[in-house]
Design a protein around this ligand. Structure first.
Ligand code: BG6
Length: 292
């Protein structure tokens, strides 16, 4: 792998679970990604704390999702719209992707992966497709998923770049950018509610903010920093923290870990469905950075 795709600042090695991991170092920041799910595992500005959270109990096994980092939820978000027996959050995050391209220009690193349909994917998702996930690293992390529909029918998709951010204490942080925005409360059968002021956390939160292209900021007084989140190709933003009871129910999530993370997801969720015509494509993109 290194002979073909290795570059100054991009190295491949064997990581947890025997999975191939790409390590990126732009000088200003580092990041890593595994081919399972084209899953970003880490992103950290040089000399600072991790921006992304990865569970101490994360599992690294083909066919299983990884808890933390940036799972790619695609081509459906949450439960499958017609069949609850299908895997939650689609098929992209549990399959092995292939590296298709790397590039390194002056502190700007690029890594692209691809996933194509095959008989086993068509049993779960009937369309022919080519999905490309691109990671760019400077002092910021930019990720994008371009889903090309290669079938003869429109493919109606939902999904998310399901970023897990590391925080000092969920009870002290605030999320800015979604003030005065309507949301669907997933804890109350997606009842429509309204956000007044910044988001604070005093219990489980599972919301789909609707009709929003807003940039968000996680204000973290404990670590004296702000994390910025910008997006493209997305009209919905999901905010999630499982709190105590749900954390306990998840085998790959430590009982106390809910205190140290929050998800702010660049999504196509709720009524924000994307219909990709034959030969068309849709790109969902997110940018993350740290401000101190
Ligand atoms: C969020 C959903 O996006 O993902 C939550 O809104 C869900 O309802 C969470 O619990 C984690 O999902 P999973 O499948 O990775 O456990």
């Amino acid at each position: 792998m290194n002979d073909v795709f290795g570059r100054p600042g991009i190295r491949f090695s064997t990581g947890p679970g025997g999975l191939t991991v790409a390590a990126l170092d732009s000088g200003a920041a580092t990041a890593s990604l595994t081919l399972l799910g084209a899953h970003v595992l880490s992103f950290q500005r040089s000399g600072s704390r991790p921006v992304l959270w990865l569970s101490e109990r994360a599992m690294f096994e083909e066919g299983k999702p990884i808890r933390g980092g940036i799972p790619i939820c695609w081509p459906w978000f949450a439960q499958h719209p017609e069949d609850a027996a299908m895997p939650a959050h689609g098929i992209a995050r549990t399959r092995l992707w292939e590296v298709s391209e790397t590039g390194a220009e002056d502190g700007d690193l690029r890594l692209a992966l691809e996933l194509r349909d095959e008989p086993s994917s068509r049993r779960l998702w009937p369309h022919a497709f080519r999905w490309r996930f691109e990671v760019r690293l400077t002092d910021r992390l930019r990720v994008s998923l371009t889903a090309a529909n290669l079938s003869n029918e429109a493919a109606v998709c939902s999904g998310a770049l399901h970023s897990y951010f590391a925080v000092s204490d969920i009870r002290a942080i605030r999320i800015h950018g979604l003030e005065q925005t309507a949301y669907l409360d997933s804890l109350e059968e997606r009842q429509l509610k309204f956000q007044d002021g910044p988001i604070a956390f005093e219990g489980e939160v599972d919301r789909i903010y609707t009709d929003t292209t807003a940039e968000c900021h996680i204000e973290d007084p404990g670590w004296e920093r702000r994390i910025g989140i910008a997006k493209t190709g997305s009209l919905s933003t999901v905010v999630w923290n499982p709190w105590i009871a749900k954390a306990k129910r998840m085998p790959d999530f430590g009982d106390e870990e809910y205190l140290r993370m929050v998800c702010v997801e660049t999504a196509n969720a709720g009524s924000d469905l994307v219909s990709i015509p034959p030969s068309g494509s849709h790109t969902l993109g997110a940018e993350h950075w740290e401000e101190s």
